[in-house]
Design a protein around this ligand. Structure first.
Ligand SMILES: Nc1ncnc2c1ncn2[C@@H]1O[C@H](COP(=O)(O)OP(=O)(O)O)[C@@H](O)[C@H]1O
Ligand SMILES: [Mg+2]
Length: 231
């Protein structure tokens, strides 16, 4: 589904990604783990065309998408929830949802389906999104991404700072999407959360993947978590 091969990227003269290679298949959840500064967020921004790759390739279903302007990438069916959920705060919940729907020309059917996943948003359609709680804002950010009917979903630390009930809801959503064949790349710092939802975990160090492990082969005390994540 989504394949990165030998990606080099960074900010100006600062190189962050160094030969990043990874792939995620339909119906698979790939967790990206690694210490702060390892390049996890930069990896997702590069997939989205927000950071330009200076070398390497990114393919979606065999089509090169590196080099596309950033506004084109979501139209190919890649939903993205950035770290710290960047919503349009001056828009209402309904307007944020509408922005998501317009990206790929989706309509009422998709909107209803997405709101069924997050009934609390339905009760708050007229509310300004900046006045939502942190958990509700994260729900809205995910809902907006799902309005694309994405083939690939990129989630950057979606559970950061949220209470357990909200974390469980996001986890259930990822599991439900997986069953519909969505390929998910999930950046996650918490070992238990990663183990409960991922099929594979790619451990990033210094802008590339040091090791990829099938979750079935891992336990929470595995040495990889200590050496690559520090927990
Ligand atoms: N906008 C930016 N400009 C310059 N350097 C950045 C920017 N964003 C991130 N970096 C640097 O890139 C490196 C990787 O950051 P990031 O991808 O956010 O890591 P992670 O998400 O794994 O914590 C860090 O050294 C960080 O300081
Ligand atoms: Mg990050």
């Amino acid at each position: 589904m989504l394949k990165l091969d030998g990606i080099e990227a960074g900010y100006g003269a600062v190189q962050v990604l160094r030969g990043l290679t990874l792939s995620v298949a339909a119906g698979e959840v790939l967790c990206l783990m690694g210490r702060n500064g390892a390049g996890k967020s930069t990896a997702l921004k590069t997939i989205m065309g927000q950071v330009r790759a200076s070398a390497g390739t990114i393919e979606l279903d065999g089509t090169r998408i590196d080099g596309l302007p950033a506004h084109e990438v979501p139209r190919y069916g890649i939903g993205y929830v950035p770290q710290g959920r960047r919503l349009f705060g001056d828009l209402t919940v309904a307007e944020n949802i509408e922005v998501g729907l317009m990206t790929r020309g989706r309509g009422a059917r998709v909107r209803d389906h997405v709101l069924d996943l997050f009934p609390r948003l339905r009760e708050r359609m007229g509310q300004m999104s900046r006045t939502l709680s942190g958990g509700e804002q994260q729900m809205l950010a995910i809902a907006r991404a799902l309005c694309l009917e994405p083939k690939v979903l990129l989630l950057d630390e979606p559970t950061e700072g949220l209470q357990p009930s909200m974390i469980a809801l996001i986890r259930d959503t990822v599991v439900a999407l997986k069953k519909t064949g969505v390929a998910t790349v999930l950046v996650e710092q918490r070992v238990d959360a990663a183990l409960s939802v991922a099929d594979r975990i790619a451990f990033m160090v210094g802008g590339s993947v040091a090791e990829t492990v099938q979750v079935g082969d891992l336990t929470s005390g595995a040495p990889q978590f200590i050496s690559y994540v520090g927990v």
